[in-house]
Design a protein around this ligand. Structure first.
Ligand code: CP
Length: 320
């Protein structure tokens, strides 16, 4: 992530603690805008944002669109399915076509890891990765961090358990990078077939059962099985998975009594998480969604204004 020197938001790997804190602090300033009666500030008036989604999305797409609109930017939403990519146009040509219309920011979700990075070579706009294949989903990790900071007042020193399909999860990868950089201790857990080789090199504990990961955790983050990315039958049936790896009240009792339960969504109720927990007092799932708008406002604002010689303070941006 190179927020401070402009350019792009592609991954959390390599992001510094200062860059992460700056984005989270900026998001905190923007957070209350969405709770106002008039949910709009003029901070990005005259800027153009193109949201390019080549994969399905509910939360990320909606929150990027709302974030841009609440900052008064002009927004164009582009869907892979209804665009000329369905007629064979390449990503390179698609990006160059968008570039000819002078956008300030391009937001991309794509099934291929590296697609947003590739896009940076063909546009002068800032590029934000909204999830690329099994690589990274940086704004998800940032909104997770925002929610943790909101509920726990810190990230450093916390124990965070990330449980489920780690191998196919861009959310897990971005979170591991962000949380370890911020000084949290991270344990990952899931079926052996869904744990990437050598993940312990990223400085995390690794378990093939979720119970030891959850033990003493301050935050329990559950992930769904990414069946759309599974080639074969690497996992048991939903019922078997829920029995062995699902978060239920008995398993959550191993965590700290005030543990925060997170899930990036979409949820498969009754599979990786008991509905009672998804909707319960420990759940921060809808807080994550709310945080998503603020974090994406911060990312759009920091990147879109950097080329103007750097942003004014976020506080000025929300009071203008
Ligand atoms: N968490 C997340 O990326 O959700 P969507 O796929 O709905 O955007």
């Amino acid at each position: 992530m190179r927020i401070s020197s402009r350019r792009h938001l592609i991954q959390m790997e390599g992001a510094s603690r200062e860059e992460i804190v700056r984005l989270l602090d900026t998001a905190e300033t923007f957070f209350e805008v969405s709770r106002r009666a008039v949910k709009k500030v003029p901070s990005l008036r005259g800027k153009t944002i193109i949201n390019m989604f080549f994969e399905a999305s509910t939360r990320t797409r909606t929150s990027f669109e709302l974030a841009g609109k609440r900052l008064s930017a002009d927004i164009v939403n582009f869907s892979g399915k209804t665009s000329s990519t369905s007629k064979g146009e390449t990503l390179r040509d698609t990006i160059k076509t968008m570039e000819a219309m002078h956008p300030d920011v391009i937001v991309i979700r794509h099934g291929a890891a590296g697609a947003p990075q590739h896009a940076t070579k063909h546009t002068g706009a800032a590029v934000i990765n909204a999830g690329d294949g099994m690589h990274e989903h940086p704004t998800q990790a940032l909104l997770d961090a925002f929610t943790i900071r909101q509920r726990k007042a810190k990230i450093e020193g916390l124990r965070v358990a990330i449980c489920g399909d780690i191998a196919h999860s861009r959310v897990a990868r971005s979170n591991v990078h962000l949380l370890t950089t911020m000084g949290a201790s991270v344990a990952v857990a899931g079926p052996r077939t869904l744990l990437p080789a050598e993940i312990e090199r990223l400085g995390v504990e690794v378990h093939d059962r979720i119970e030891p990961a959850i033990e003493g955790a301050d935050v329990v983050m559950m992930l769904r099985i990414q069946r759309e990315r599974l080639g074969g039958s690497l996992v048991p049936s939903d019922r078997e998975y829920a029995r062995k790896f699902g978060l239920n009240p008995e398993r959550l009792a191993r965590a700290n009594s005030d543990a925060l339960v997170l899930h990036p969504g979409p949820i498969n109720r009754g599979v990786e998480i008991d509905p009672e927990l998804a909707d319960g007092v420990s759940s921060g799932i809808l807080a994550q969604v709310e945080a998503g708008v603020a974090v994406r406002m911060a990312a759009l604002w920091l990147l879109a204004t950097a080329s103007d010689g750097g942003p004014i303070s976020a506080k000025d941006a929300v009071t203008a």
